[in-house]
Design a protein around this ligand. Structure first.
Ligand code: URA
Length: 212
């Protein structure tokens, strides 16, 4: 079955991990994507933010959260009192999954399947082992399900700190806080946008207050 595990080097540092991820063929998503988009930040980060998968711009540039959702995220992080330099930002799935619009060339994001999320999890587990953040933030339903299982409901479980579950058997002592995905703010209509953004900042503030 799909599995990134065989591509993940044992005892690698972050740089070696990132280099190995370039060649991951653990699931078929590498075929259509431009490149692997690995996490960014360094091992001293106290907060790890986990999104869903790279978007169109991230796929082209090779860095997570550098498109419109990243703009919202950076602003919200700072407003919550978290230093962006103290964050490691990554995704549950490291390749862009998309369909091409029927007319034209626009690439439309498609949510990764449970199978793809599970296949990609060894990369996330390895990032967590190296960074050992104090707090993990799951951004949106997909990241929440990737970490907590398919019964996770972001609307019901957001903003409430909980113990980070063990990924692939690694013991974890981080605290996990889930929140909405920053692109939900972008998709909202004018009437809703400010409310959703304030909710994102409020949940990130919960995460900020957990830092020692
Ligand atoms: N959305 C995500 O979940 N991750 C990114 O890196 C960009 C957009």
């Amino acid at each position: 079955d799909y599995d990134a595990g065989p591509y993940v080097p044992a005892d690698a540092d972050l740089r070696a991990l990132r280099e190995a991820a370039v060649g991951c063929h653990g699931c078929p998503l590498y075929r259509d994507a431009t490149q692997t988009v690995f996490g960014s930040g360094d091992t001293s980060a106290r907060v790890m933010l986990i999104g869903e998968q790279p978007g169109d711009q991230e796929d082209r540039r090779g860095e997570p959260f550098v498109g419109p959702a990243g703009g919202v995220l950076t602003r919200a992080i700072e407003e919550a009192g978290i230093d962006p330099g103290d964050t490691y930002v990554t995704n549950a799935v490291k390749h862009f999954k998309f369909v091409v619009a029927a007319r034209g060339k626009r690439r439309i994001h498609k949510p990764p399947s449970l199978r793809e999320m599970t296949a990609c999890r060894p990369w996330l587990a390895a990032e967590l082992r190296l960074v050992r953040p104090e707090v993990v933030v799951a951004l949106g339903a997909t990241a929440g399900k990737a970490l907590l299982g398919s019964s996770f409901r972001v609307s019901e479980e957001r903003g409430v700190p909980r113990p980070m579950p063990a990924l692939d058997g690694d013991p974890a002592d981080e605290t996990l806080v889930a929140t909405i995905h920053p692109s939900a703010v972008l998709r909202a209509d004018d009437a809703e946008r400010a409310r959703l953004y304030a909710g994102l900042v409020a949940d990130l503030t919960v995460a900020a207050r957990l830092l020692s």
